[in-house]
Design a protein around this ligand. Structure first.
Ligand code: PLP
Ligand code: COI
Length: 359
């Protein structure tokens, strides 16, 4: 089994790459997840051969056997991580080992092979080596990497696949929510759950997102941007972001649960808040505590955070028969500023979170 720390990638250049003018037009207004760079990475895994055939190749459709087990049983995991262009033109990513380790945890839960962290980071470097011109330089813009892994063995029996593929694609990104940074409205899903005890909530696996779609559609029907999920009356997270509460004494509270995604943005923001002297509590917080806290002034701000969407204040929580306007404060915006200042190289990176991908 090849378990080398790095692999030699075979590079095939995209002869139909976008022209500079076409790329510039896309980068002027990339939105989120709509456009993709000229190349992609793929690495194969098999039970006998381990990780092998690492390639960078032209971005394009993947050919799969119709019996590939991912199409039937959803054995799939993914990550989300960004590259940021600094004022001097260099390109950096943020805490990639955290994403590599989370991909490994997701792999264990979904009975997929663990990608060595060195290969994960190398895949980011290999893609940037070809597509560095796709990292935008506009305000709040970035290149969003989407690493993912799936079962490609053609077999309809239900067991972990013996053939798996790891891919990395990248997409230039502007604001995740149309309208930029403004408070978001949240719909409380009481009919649908995202995850439960012993389930896959802590893994970044497609099924969790598939199961959130109907609730997200319900949110949209009620005029809300996002949906928040509960488990046993406690707040879990949004469809694609973690939730953080600011109490009137400055304490910061965020849900602790074995069925939510351990967000890297949240972890970073909580570290920055702790550096400023805030007490940080990771504990269960019930819907009742949220609603009462907003009503009696104990909670002074609520925000959501994640790689794609960065950090957005929550402006309103709506549910069946109620609508609670949320208090807005200064902390969310100031933590967002501090985090993005580090990511974009405007402030000192005290925790050594940045990893240079290109000069
Ligand atoms: N929760 C869910 C369900 C997510 O999809 C994400 C996004 O990745 C997050 C939380 C935030 O995680 P991170 O900050 O690592 O992007
Ligand atoms: C991310 O923030 O990276 C995510 O994966 C969220 C996704 C729903 C876009």
């Amino acid at each position: 089994m090849t378990d080398t720390s790095t692999l030699e990638f075979q590079v095939t250049r995209n002869l139909a790459a976008k022209t500079d003018a076409q790329r510039d037009e896309i980068l002027a207004n990339p939105g989120f997840g709509q456009y993709f760079t000229d190349h992609m990475v793929d690495v194969c895994w098999s039970e006998n051969g381990g990780w092998h055939r690492p390639r960078v190749q032209p971005y394009g459709p993947i050919s799969l056997d119709p019996a590939a087990s991912v199409l039937h049983y959803g054995q799939e995991i993914f990550e989300g991580i960004k590259a940021y262009r600094h004022a001097d033109g260099s390109v950096h990513t943020f805490r990639p080992l955290e994403n590599a380790h989370r991909l490994q945890r997701s792999a264990r839960r979904m009975a997929l092979p663990e990608l060595p962290e060195e290969i994960f980071v190398q895949s980011l470097r290999e893609l940037i080596a070809q597509d560095v011109a796709w990292v935008p330089s506009g305000a709040d813009q970035s290149l969003y990497f989407r690493p993912f892994m799936f079962a490609k063995e053609a077999f309809l029996g239900v067991r972990p696949a013996k053939k798996v593929a790891y891919y990395l694609i990248a997409s230039p990104a502007g604001a995740y929510f149309a309208g930029g940074v403004k408070p978001v409205s949240i719909w409380l899903s009481e009919d649908y759950a995202r995850a439960g005890k012993g389930g896959t909530g802590a893994a970044k696996t497609g099924g969790n997102y598939a199961s959130s779609l109907i609730a997200q559609a319900e949110a949209a029907e009620h005029g809300c941007d996002q949906v928040v999920f509960l488990r046993d009356g406690n707040v879990e997270e949004l469809g694609g972001m973690n939730v953080v509460f600011v109490m009137k004494d400055g304490t910061i509270v965020t849900p602790e649960s074995d069925s939510i995604l351990q967000g890297i943005t949240r972890d970073s923001i909580l570290q920055l808040a702790a550096d400023r002297g805030h007490t940080v509590e990771r504990r269960a917080i019930s819907l009742q505590e949220w609603r009462d806290g907003v009503a009696n002034g104990d909670i002074v701000e609520v925000f959501a955070c994640g790689t794609a969407a960065v950090l957005s204040p929550i402006g309103v929580l709506k549910g069946e028969g109620f609508e609670d306007v949320q208090p807005l404060g200064e902390l969310a915006a100031s933590l967002r500023q501090e985090l993005t200042d580090i990511q974009y190289g405007r402030a000192e990176d005290k925790h050594n979170w940045l990893v240079r991908l290109s000069d």
